[in-house]
Design a protein around this ligand. Structure first.
Ligand SMILES: NC(=O)C1=CN([C@@H]2O[C@H](COP(=O)(O)OP(=O)(O)OC[C@H]3O[C@@H](n4cnc5c(N)ncnc54)[C@H](O)[C@@H]3O)[C@@H](O)[C@H]2O)C=CC1
Ligand SMILES: O=C(O)[C@H]1O[C@H](OP(=O)(O)OP(=O)(O)OC[C@H]2O[C@@H](n3ccc(=O)[nH]c3=O)[C@H](O)[C@@H]2O)[C@H](O)[C@@H](O)[C@@H]1O
Length: 430
């Protein structure tokens, strides 16, 4: 079977490579000529461990190819995975233009039956719209099926999550389409959840919303723990050992970021509004997240007596370690606040770069964490990069003007840092 993967972003590139590794013939399609050129040269246009090796292997074996030519790619395939972006619009609703575009292209160019599988995260009811967009663009009628197959991979562990998923969700109206999607994933050993397309679409949002709520729950508790002088990490451990609660996603910090949680929570809240429902718990989870970084910032402001004329080092830009993704990263909110309060800001990240609007601001991008901390009145840790844990902290302390450490990821051992002479403040942890 020849498989087309539309979209060569995070999800599309990973999906294409995983399917190629499972033995399928795969074509990656993207209108972005620069991305396609990069992929054809054996490089991944973003940072994700392990993908480049897999790409080179499959380019060499000619089991994967990449193109910008939608018409040829759609004519030559049997199944199409839609992995295009679904970014948020200013009101929180989902921008469906790329989904519509690829659906209409499929309608225009498919010259026989196609199995269309939607992997992008899309609002409930999208599969019906995709079918309608395909149908209305067809010059003459051709049969097709649309299945929903949401993606659950995490950036930073995309390959492991794809080869050993917790589950595969397939939403389709007909048994034949279900079996066809199952066949594509035949080599996976995991539970398959087979359901309707609308339910599959909702499972994706419900999953991300639950995880985000779990984080906001522990983050809100962390604020209280700070007032009560209780270590929130111990609370997380104490409750997480109960399998009904589970230990994962209970790490308190300056909040969740990334291209998905904030966008998908906004998307689900918009779906609720459109249907006259209110998801009050989720609204609060989003609000806690929006204000979480302020909790640490306020503590630092009190400690330093304001930021005016103070030098502040921010270590870590990426929304989480092992990725160069800075979308919705809480570090950026923190930096903007520090700049608005006239701090002299110095930043470092092992791989992530500042977004263009911040790169134009009067702040210093440093090549090493040591350079960023030089002469600083405070260091903020915003991403738990492993390398930061093993820095020469005594050396950093002596290079700083005042040894104030604000740990936005509770990644350091508070007692060790204090023993070294740092003033240490984590989130619900000191
Ligand atoms: N990034 C992640 O970790 C995860 C993302 N998702 C969802 O997967 C979808 C894709 O996400 P990302 O890969 O992060 O997006 P992305 O923004 O990195 O990539 C999307 C790609 O689609 C391409 N595209 C746009 N129109 C196209 C068309 N007509 N034909 C072919 N390609 C087209 C764009 O040029 C871009 O390269 C989103 O709905 C997202 O919510 C789901 C799970 C994980
Ligand atoms: O739909 C998506 O795009 C994906 O969104 C998340 O994956 P991702 O955004 O890559 O990263 P996560 O590991 O979930 O982390 C998200 C954010 O939550 C934060 N986080 C995570 C866990 C935790 O305990 N505490 C915490 O603050 C991280 O620092 C990060 O900013 C989900 O985990 C994936 O299952 C899903 O497929």
């Amino acid at each position: 079977m020849n498989i087309l993967v539309a979209g060569t972003g995070y999800v599309g590139t990973t999906t294409a490579l995983v399917l190629a590794d499972m033995g399928w013939n795969v074509t990656g399609l993207d209108p972005d000529a620069e991305k396609i050129r990069t992929l054809l040269q054996g490089s991944i246009p973003f940072y994700e461990d392990g993908l480049e090796e897999l790409l080179r292997k499959h380019l060499q074996q000619a089991s994967i190819r990449f193109t910008t030519d939608a018409s040829e790619a759609i004519r030559q395939c049997d199944a199409i995975f839609i992995c295009v972006g679904t970014p948020p619009l200013p009101d929180g609703s989902v921008d469906m233009r790329y989904i519509r575009q690829i659906s209409e292209e499929i309608g225009r160019h498919a010259d026989g039956y196609r199995l269309v599988i939607v992997k992008s995260t899309v609002p409930v009811g999208t599969h019906a719209k995709v079918a309608e967009w395909i149908r209305s663009a067809q010059p003459s009628p051709h049969p097709f099926d649309v299945a929903s197959n949401p993606e659950f991979l995490r950036e930073g562990s995309a390959l492991a999550d794809s080869f050993q998923p917790d589950r595969v969700v397939i939403g389709a109206d007909g048994e034949e389409a279900v079996q066809a999607v199952r066949k594509l994933y035949a080599s996976l050993n995991c539970p398959f959840v087979v359901t309707t397309p609308r339910t599959a679409e909702m499972i994706k949002y419900a999953s991300n919303a639950f995880l985000a709520t779990k984080i906001s729950y522990i983050n809100e508790l962390a604020r209280l723990c700070d007032s009560l002088d209780i270590d929130v990490n111990e609370i997380a451990r104490g409750i997480g050992l109960d399998p009904r609660i589970g230990a994962l996603f209970l790490r308190a910090g300056i909040g969740y970021g990334g291209s998905c949680f904030p966008k998908d929570i906004a998307g689900l809240l918009q779906t609720a509004r459109e249907n006259g429902a209110r998801l009050g718990l989720l609204e609060e989870a989003a609000e806690i997240n929006r204000t979480q970084y302020l909790h640490l910032l306020n503590k630092a402001r009190v400690r330093l007596g304001g930021f005016q004329g103070k030098t502040v080092a921010v270590l870590g830009l990426a929304f989480k370690p092992d990725t160069d993704d800075i979308r919705e990263a809480p570090s950026l909110r923190l930096i903007r606040s520090l700049l608005s309060e006239n701090a002299d800001v110095r930043v470092h990240d092992p791989i992530a770069k500042l977004p263009p609007d911040l790169a134009r601001q009067p702040l210093t991008s440093c090549g090493t964490p040591e350079e960023a901390a030089q002469g600083a009145d405070a260091v903020f840790l915003c991403t738990e990069w492993k390398a930061y844990r093993h820095l020469d902290w005594p050396g950093i302390k002596s290079a700083m003007k005042q040894a104030n450490l604000f740990d936005g990821r509770n990644m350091m051992n508070a007692d060790h840092m204090k023993a070294m002479g740092f003033y240490y403040q984590g989130i619900g942890y000191r």
